[in-house]
Design a protein around this ligand. Structure first.
Ligand code: NAD
Length: 495
């Protein structure tokens, strides 16, 4: 095992006292509950933080609102774009520190943390920076006839909604936090992030970098703690919008709380049970590589990762065998080791949940590979492939959010569409084929927010992303986010 050397900065950062970040300053209350941050690779605490107090929630919201009405309202769209780009530059310059912190707190492989989580966060920021100067309304000609020779004209403006509460899960804290920062800042909103209690550090660091970039104090605040902090933010009358990313049950609770608060706008990016369909003509070796990469990166803890594999009956045996062999050969180990291909699950509750799925599968399903915890310290499990016991198998219905895929054969494309859509979720789906005509025939029949062909879980800032059905409400990226972060004001003039 050859672990990368932990940077001096990361060593010192872990040793610091952590809390929240309000109005440009690190704050913590010594008497507040202290929560340990645990390295999932060995189960040992590496740092801790003080949960935000009620007074700090209040201070953060009032500070965020004051920045929204004051300094941020006076910052031109062009200047907002410049500042967002500066933050992107600083994130790139601090890639190694951020990637190591992410690796230590969430068990993400160091190469994935550097190349995907941190590097792509900068790409997303730069894309959104370009939007800051392009958020416009329309002019229109009112359609009712003039009654006494008078004329009318009308136009719309897009105005930022105000303070946004951005509630973030533990699987990609930097990237998902950045999506919320970028959407809020480019539209002229301010944002209060609530990271997951398992991964509180990287967004704290990014808030510091934002100040270094010149983004005014109060524009990005971070409140750390458990879900109760999220609840307090949602209930606060000066929070105008909630942007939540996380599980379906929490998302439903968040949506209800936002409605109860004062019909607070809420966008919900939730979980899924995403299908991948392998048609009979697919190149099996490339499909195996594609599924290994998309279903098992970050140990399967990716919301859009495929968990249901519908494989044409003519190739199911060969595909299952090759997938099992490839997964069994992956190098499992420390996420700080650049040669490791498969690290630990991110936290103990999730590890226990995945072990529960394993014990259920061991009595009810054929296991092609995996199905066990890896002996030793840390939250390591084996990448796992199981066969479904028919189309109604619970493993084709429940999100595991772990490294478990379930294979179900299909015979024809009508049956395939029915199987893929037979789910309460609709985040993403993929079709793997060498016959694009077939793919184009299937795409319109699928009830998902995103459909990929010969790829899966590929997120691009220019392409809207979000779920249908129980996978959420709203879309991020592209121009679609603008509706959610702005109010449309109509102006009518008689002359
Ligand atoms: P989670 O729902 O448990 O927690 C998400 C966040 O919500 C955390 O910050 C948590 O502290 C907070 N929270 C918990 N209870 C709350 C409450 N009652 N009110 C307000 N906030 C509350 O999710 P998780 O376990 O951190 O993340 C995994 C889930 O996230 C999976 O289901 C995954 O599919 C989903 N996810 C979705 C996307 C997407 O873009 N659609 C992306 C990543 C993860």
């Amino acid at each position: 095992m050859q672990n990368v050397t932990i940077t001096q900065f990361v060593q010192e950062y872990l040793a610091r006292r952590h809390g929240s970040f309000i109005n440009g300053k690190v704050v913590f209350d010594e008497s507040a509950a202290s929560i340990d941050i645990v390295n999932p690779a060995n189960g040992e605490p590496i740092s801790s933080f003080a949960a935000a107090t009620d007074a700090q929630v209040e201070e953060a919201v009032l500070g965020s609102r004051a920045a929204f009405e004051g300094v941020w309202a006076k910052t031109s769209p062009y200047q907002r774009g410049v500042l967002i780009n500066k933050l992107a530059d600083l994130i790139e310059a601090n890639t190694e520190d951020l990637a190591q912190l992410e690796c230590l707190c969430s068990g993400k492989a160091i190469n994935l943390a550097r190349g995907l989580e941190v590097a792509q966060s900068a790409v997303f920021l730069r894309y959104f920076a370009g939007w800051a100067t392009k958020i416009n309304g329309e002019t229109m000609t009112p359609s009712l006839p003039s009654m006494a020779g008078e004329s009318y004209m009308a136009y719309t403006t897009r105005e930022p909604v105000g303070v946004v509460a951005g509630i973030v899960p533990w699987n990609f804290p930097v990237m998902i936090g950045i999506w919320k920062i970028a959407s809020a800042l480019s539209t002229g909103c301010t944002v209060i992030l609530k990271p997951s209690e398992f991964t509180p550090l990287t967004l704290l660091r990014i808030a510091e970098l934002a100040i270094e970039a010149g983004i005014p104090a109060g524009v990005i605040n971070v409140l750390n703690g458990t879900g109760s902090i999220g609840q307090k933010l949602i209930a606060h009358p000066k929070v105008s919008k909630v942007s939540f990313t996380g599980s379906v049950p929490t998302g439903i609770a968040v949506g209800k709380a936002a409605m109860d608060a004062k019909l607070t706008r809420a966008t919900l990016e939730l979980g899924g049970k995403n299908p991948a369909a392998l048609l009979a003509d697919v190149d099996i070796d490339s499909a195996v590589q594609g599924i290994v990469y998309t279903a098992f990166s970050h140990q399967g803890q990716i919301c859009a990762a495929p968990e249901r594999l519908y494989v044409h009956r003519s190739i199911v045996q060969e595909f299952s065998k090759k997938l099992g062999e490839t997964l069994s050969s992956l190098k499992i180990g420390s996420p700080l080791d650049e040669t490791v291909q498969f690290g630990p699950l991110s936290n103990k509750p999730h590890f226990d949940k995945v072990l529960d799925f394993f014990s259920r599968a061991s009595v009810s399903n054929t296991i092609i590979c995996g199905g066990n915890a890896v002996p030793g310290p840390g939250y390591f499990v084996e990448p796992t492939v199981i066969l479904a016991n028919g189309a109604d198998d619970p493993f084709l219905r429940e999100e595991t959010f772990g490294p478990i895929v379930c294979i179900q054969p299909f015979d024809d494309e009508d049956e395939l569409v029915q199987l893929m859509n037979d789910s309460p979720y609709g985040l993403g789906a993929s079709i793997w084929t060498n016959n694009l005509s077939k793919a184009f025939t299937i795409i319109p029949k699928l009830e998902f927010g995103t459909v990929w062909v010969n790829m899966h879980t590929f997120l691009d800032p220019a392409v809207p992303f979000g779920g249908t059905k129980a996978s959420g409400i709203g879309r991020e990226f592209g121009s679609a986010f603008i509706d959610d972060y702005t109010e449309l004001k109509s102006v009518m003039i008689r002359y």
